[in-house]
Ligand binder design. Sequence first.
Ligand SMILES: NC(=O)c1ccc[n+]([C@@H]2O[C@H](COP(=O)([O-])OP(=O)(O)OC[C@H]3O[C@@H](n4cnc5c(N)ncnc54)[C@H](O)[C@@H]3O)[C@@H](O)[C@H]2O)c1
Length: 271
Amino acid sequence: MPTPDHSPPIAPPRASPTTGVIVTGGASGLGLACAEALAAVGRPVAVWDIDAEQAKAAAERLRGVYGVRAAALAVDVRDVEAVRAACRQTRDLLPSIGGLVHSAGVGGGGGIEGFDPEAWDSAIAVHVRAIPLIVQGVIEDLRRQPGSAVVAMASMQARLGDGRLPAYTAAKGAVLSLVRSMADALAPDGIRINSVSPGMMQTPMLERAMPQGPLREATIARTMLGRFGEPAEVGRVVRFLMSDEASYVTGADLLVDGGYLASARRFPPPG
Ligand SMILES: NC(=O)c1ccc[n+]([C@@H]2O[C@H](COP(=O)([O-])OP(=O)(O)OC[C@H]3O[C@@H](n4cnc5c(N)ncnc54)[C@H](O)[C@@H]3O)[C@@H](O)[C@H]2O)c1
């Protein structure tokens, strides 16, 4: 162990790995922002999305704006065979696969009154089961590339109780514990895995879930930074976790919520 006096000086930011990344849900919102943040540092991207047209448009944008290799794959990440096929196709389309960002997801799901087993299964399949399924499909690729990393999109909802969203919050809570277990399993291969828990981010999903109105106003008022987040503010954090700058970070969850969870503000304000 070098003593503090003899340790090497801290170097400027290390170059990102240049390996390719699969971004699920990459056609919209946070996934698209992650794809752009990674493309901006030269990483090739495979945009996986259930929306084929939007995925194509996203890949075209990545190629046009950032000049990187980008491919679009129409895939429903709940479909086991479709995921396996997409892993094989991605191997042919990208120069290498050294990362995965799992951002595909859907909000809502209904409360206990309207309990729908199919909606629950679907929430778990898209938010949780897809992660080990995709990692299994590309594990040899990840092992081959130094610095391989995975980021899963959780949510601050994983830590909140919300009677309107039990399937969604349960699925996001499962993402946190899955990430810890997978971090243990993947560490011997040098592969890191973390999650990001966004708060309220300005995306099409949020516009559907929280249109203008008193709930939206109260949510913004509780948020310490006093505004919803921009997708790029998640994209940059994900890019950090995918880079060698985060070489000693695994099994962790990073909150990106503008201070919402830490806030002790009360509504209506006292007095
Ligand atoms: N927006 C927020 O405030 C917020 C907050 C916390 C967590 N999240 C999470 O971030 C992720 C992205 O959300 P967003 O706000 O960008 O939503 P979005 O609706 O803008 O994007 C989600 C994308 O996932 C795709 N998708 C949905 N189901 C899919 C499936 N089965 N297979 C493949 N692709 C599928 C959609 O077509 C869409 O392109 C989700 O996991 C969401 O739960 C969002």
